[in-house]
Design a binder for this molecule. Structure first.
Ligand SMILES: [Fe+2]
Ligand SMILES: [Fe+2]
Length: 346
């Protein structure tokens, strides 16, 4: 009788990378109440969102207290937006896990942990929203419903959803390392929320890349063209959500501010907030993900790439799908975003 192979795929380099991610995920695992909240509340004498992300150091608001209040509103939104996107990210991760049911069990394990962590993160973001809601005046509005957004996003190709997800999880890393971690003027609890979130997101960004590469290798040129179009549509949809939330946040600020905001002040503040949340910054951060030298847009697809570029320009976007560009993420890119420092890069 032939021997039964318990896990024939386990010896591949890819399987080893998935296994390393599982190992790190287990080692850094944290608990919301025990490790993050620790019985604390937010200190409203401090800012929440750092100037590096809010750009409030350049704001038209002259009063430091008003800038601090705006940073708290924007920080609340920043956390809520993560809770929102993690709804569709988790659904896609669960869907992808089916591809690994009968393959490397380390890959299945890595995606199961990814999903479990995103569920926990959503609980964390709901927990801190409740803490902030209890301490701030009523009237804050969420511009989008997580389930409605998830249904719309998941209607697009897996390649495009992974491209968007990888981008989001890479900028999570960059935001923490470049703006949140070095700012000593922030609420201690707010900083800790994103410290702990960053630690687990480091593994997610690596998994996003691995899954994106795997799916990319399965696409025909025509499917790749369609997927690029889907990604452009998704970026446009994210823009819409951010713009609506920026307007809602300025309106809330106006309602809870002890003084009356003039119409001119409100217009300027809306413009500044749109810019801070914004589409331009969001799109700019996607550009490094689309690297020259590969197959995202191969020579036969250049007409489609040109059309995609025109569509992006029509959206007044700086994002361009470069001729000859391809999906080329690397662990080195993750390292620049802070992965290497915590040793997660396999
Ligand atoms: Fe997360
Ligand atoms: Fe994540």
């Amino acid at each position: 009788m032939n021997a039964v192979a318990i896990d024939t795929a386990v010896a591949t380099p890819e399987a080893s990378r998935y296994a390393k991610i599982v190992e790190v995920s287990k080692r850094i695992r944290w608990d919301i109440e025990r490790d993050v909240i620790r019985g604390r509340h937010f200190n409203f004498d401090n800012k929440f969102l750092p100037d590096g992300l809010s750009r409030l150091d350049r704001s038209s608001l002259a009063d430091a207290g008003e800038r601090r209040l705006m940073s708290q509103i924007q920080g609340r939104t920043y956390a809520n937006i993560f809770g929102l996107v993690e709804r569709f990210i988790n659904a896609k991760v669960l869907e992808l896990s089916e591809d690994h049911w009968f393959g490397a069990q380390s890959a299945l394990g890595a995606l199961v942990r990814f999903s479990d962590e995103e569920l926990k993160h959503q609980v964390l973001f709901r927990r801190i929203e409740a803490l902030i809601r209890a301490a701030m005046p009523a009237g804050y509005r969420h511009a989008a419903d997580p389930n409605a957004v998830a249904h719309a996003v998941l209607g697009k190709s897996t390649w495009a959803v992974l491209a968007l997800t990888c981008h989001i999880e890479l900028f999570t890393q960059a935001h923490y390392r470049e703006s949140i971690e070095p700012d000593d003027s922030l609420s201690e609890l707010y900083k800790d929320v994103f410290l702990f979130h960053w630690r687990e997101e480091s593994q997610h960004a690596i998994l996003d890349e691995m899954e994106w590469r795997r799916i990319d290798a399965l696409l025909s040129p025509a499917e790749c063209d369609a997927a690029v179009g889907d990604l452009i549509a998704l970026v446009g949809a994210v823009d819409g959500i951010l713009q609506a939330q920026a307007q809602a946040d300025v309106q809330y600020f106006r309602e809870i501010l002890p003084r009356a905001l003039t119409a001119a002040e409100q217009d300027i503040l809306e413009s500044e907030t749109l810019s801070a949340y914004g589409s331009r910054k969001f799109r700019n951060r996607l550009v490094p993900v689309l690297r020259p030298g590969g197959r995202l847009v191969a020579p036969p697809q250049e007409p489609a790439a040109a059309a995609a570029t025109a569509r992006l320009r029509a959206q007044a976007s700086p994002l361009r799908v470069t001729r000859g560009a391809r999906l080329r993420l690397s662990c080195a890119q993750g390292n620049r975003a802070g992965v290497a420092r915590s040793g997660e890069c396999a």
